[in-house]
Design a protein around this ligand. Structure first.
Ligand code: CTP
Length: 429
């Protein structure tokens, strides 16, 4: 169980570990980040493998370690572009003279340097090297250039070096790096592209000119500062719909609870934790032409979350008092003003699938319910495929088992057809 402050709850950090003796401190850095609720994916340079092992890093981070650019497994699971963008912040520790030089000059001949060039997030460097290397004009030039490009630095500190000399070049201590990470994450860490660049090329797509707002993933409801209630949603279906909507030419805002999959390309992705944060974020993102509520929103939250960790044994077994969360789908579907033209909900059921879906369509007043059986043995929750039934007031359309990406693609086409062609001037303002 995690303990202490959860200042990094829900934050994903991509940690690039360079090949220097200070790499041993990165093991402690990972522990400190995880203690604070952060999740860490680590990338090792070939040189780093001489100082720390992938096994120790994977054990501490709880994630597999990435080392090679041209690893087919990595590309099938998560390509290097996605890996570089799934994080909230990229941290290089230790940042060796070599890594700094590569990043400053835009070299991309291994996984670490490629990620530094491909990322859309801020980079924080914690340099570590011999003092002559740090003081060398070439390194000073490279650091200046990286700062001008927007990278942040923590350290190096003065101190005794592994090589016996004294001076600047020691990597900052893990807790100082943590403080710099927390400070960096106080601000928006996405590095914007020039306007009009970066969205998928989709002129004339079926949702061109439309704005689609989508919720995805679970919500996470705190019990106390270290514990929470969550559910098994992976966010795969909601994220796939966001990707498909972007590919169909829509402007897409995705509001997601904590998931371990990357943000979809070309989508404005906003991260939240609780149902109430999700509702506020959805309200802030409206108006939209289409709203798709794919999130597995927790139905209840704990009433009165205290500021301290609930201790064992003091007052027997604690009992939790739960109160109902707002229903985001019903709220959007029943907006008196600014209701999206098409409101789509999901019904994840373990019994009486179609009856429950019809009841939800009526109760929440949405236009379409995508019903799926998530009972034991279906493998839908967290899995890659889905068997869905489209329930509207006109009846039910059942689809065969499909890959979640294919479900998403077909749903988008269905929504585009239901929404109708874009008349000039009628998109969400
Ligand atoms: N939903 C929502 N906000 C909630 C609960 C659900 O927006 N607080 C949305 C989900 O995103 C989904 C739909 O409502 O699109 C149905 O969610 P589901 O969990 O199946 O239904 P519930 O309304 O929670 O009803 P029950 O748990 O009784 O099945």
């Amino acid at each position: 169980m995690l303990q202490g402050k959860t200042t990094l709850q829900g934050k994903q950090i991509l940690l690039v570990i360079g090949g220097g003796i200070a790499a041993y401190k990165s093991l402690d850095l990972i522990r400190r980040l995880r203690e604070r609720g952060g999740s860490v994916r680590a990338v090792l340079t070939p040189a780093a493998l001489h100082f720390v092992t992938p096994l120790s890093i994977a054990s501490l981070s709880g994630n597999r370690v990435h080392e090679e650019l041209f690893s087919l497994i990595d590309e099938a699971e998560m390509g290097h572009i996605e890996l570089s963008r799934a994080a909230d912040l990229v941290v290089v520790a230790p940042a060796t003279a070599d890594l700094i030089a590569k990043a400053a000059n835009g070299l991309a001949n291994d996984l670490a340097s490629t990620l530094l060039l491909a990322t859309d997030k801020k980079i924080l460097m914690a340099p570590a090297m011999n003092l002559r290397m740090w003081l060398h004009p070439a390194t000073a030039r490279n650091v200046q250039r990286l700062k001008a490009d927007g990278a942040a630095f923590v350290g190096p500190a003065d101190g005794d070096m592994a090589c016996g000399e004294y001076g600047p070049g020691r990597m900052s201590e893990p807790l100082e790096i943590v403080a710099a990470i927390e400070a960096a994450l106080m601000q928006d860490t996405t590095v914007p592209l020039p306007p009009g660049v970066g969205r998928p090329r989709t002129v004339g797509g079926s949702l061109a000119g439309r704005k689609v707002l989508i919720t995805s993933g679970p919500t996470l409801e705190p019990i106390d500062p270290v514990r929470y209630i969550a559910n098994r949603s992976s966010g795969r279906q909601g994220h796939a719909i966001a990707r498909a909507a972007a590919l169909a030419g829509a402007e897409v805002v995705l509001v997601t609870g904590p998931v371990s999959i990357p943000d979809p390309a070309g989508v404005d992705t906003r991260h939240v934790e609780t149902a109430r944060e999700m509702l506020a974020c959805v309200d802030a993102a409206l108006p939209a032409d289409i709203f798709v509520s794919a999130a597995a929103v927790a139905d209840w939250r704990v009433d009165e979350v205290g500021g301290n960790k609930i201790k064992k044994g003091l007052a027997g077994t604690p009992s939790l008092s739960l109160i109902e969360n707002p229903d985001i789908l019903a709220h959007v579907a029943q907006l008196a003003q600014g209701r999206p033209g098409l409101v789509v909900g999901f019904a994840a059921e373990t019994e009486k699938l179609l009856d429950n879906a019809r009841a939800k369509l009526a109760r929440k007043r949405c236009d379409l319910i995508v019903a799926n059986d998530v009972g034991e043995g279906t493998g839908v929750m967290g899995g890659l495929s889905n068997t869905v039934h489209l329930v509207t007031l006109d009846g039910v359309e059942s689809w065969p088992p499909l890959d979640k990406d294919e479900v998403a693609r077909r749903l988008i086409e269905k929504m585009a057809a239901l929404f109708g062609p874009l008349a000039s001037g009628d998109q969400a303002q």
